[in-house]
Design a protein around this ligand. Sequence first.
Ligand SMILES: C[S@@+](CC[C@H](N)C(=O)[O-])C[C@H]1O[C@@H](n2cnc3c(N)ncnc32)[C@H](O)[C@@H]1O
Length: 221
Amino acid sequence: MGLVEKISGKSLKKYLGDIQNRAMVRKTDISDHLPMLFTESLNIELKLIVELGVGDGESTFVLERVANLWGAKLVSVDIDDRAEVSSFKDRIFVQSDDISFAAEFPHWCRRRGFEPVIDILFIDTSHLYDHTVAEIRAWFPYLASRCKVFFHDTNMSEVFVRKDGSTGKGWDNQRGVIRAIEEHLDTHFNEKIDFSLAHRGWFIRHYTICNGFMILERDFA
Ligand SMILES: C[S@@+](CC[C@H](N)C(=O)[O-])C[C@H]1O[C@@H](n2cnc3c(N)ncnc32)[C@H](O)[C@@H]1O
């Protein structure tokens, strides 16, 4: 069943409005990407979303709405206690290092009565190269054949710029996130430009603003 049959256009419109409003009111390093994170998550039938890196809950605000529309579960993982950022009934918060948790993920899911097959994986944690390499290695094996992976912070530097020209303070992660993705896909990207391309079975889109955002989409169905 597609999304259109599953939900009313009314709740979709309300959710998108709420997200656009939040992105306008709370200007963060991810605010520009929130409406797209929502709309990009609507054309893939979902049972399970995994969010690595909760922080103050900007991505959680979006992903819990996506999960609600699809009747999916949202597993949110953070090394710090970020349980309180959401009270969505189908969100399970796990306080853990995401690499350690990945090792027990299949058993953890089955104990709760669902399969360890991820339809949407969202990654926004340390932004460091070694850690991102480890995240790709640990979490990609659980991806469904048809899936989307969202990476924030693919274009980091001392200052980040939003669509409206406003800026915020960033830091130089030495291309940590994008380098790990490049290595996994055995290619090179220019993260200073927006692009879309197909490579090794993935449809890849990249946006430079707000510290960079990359979407990897795969459809082996
Ligand atoms: C930039 S914040 C996430 C922001 C969040 N996605 C949002 O949209 O508001 C990064 C988060 O990753 C968490 N983190 C860092 N290293 C981690 C690790 N090894 N495992 C799990 N979480 C980690 C931090 O505790 C922090 O809350």
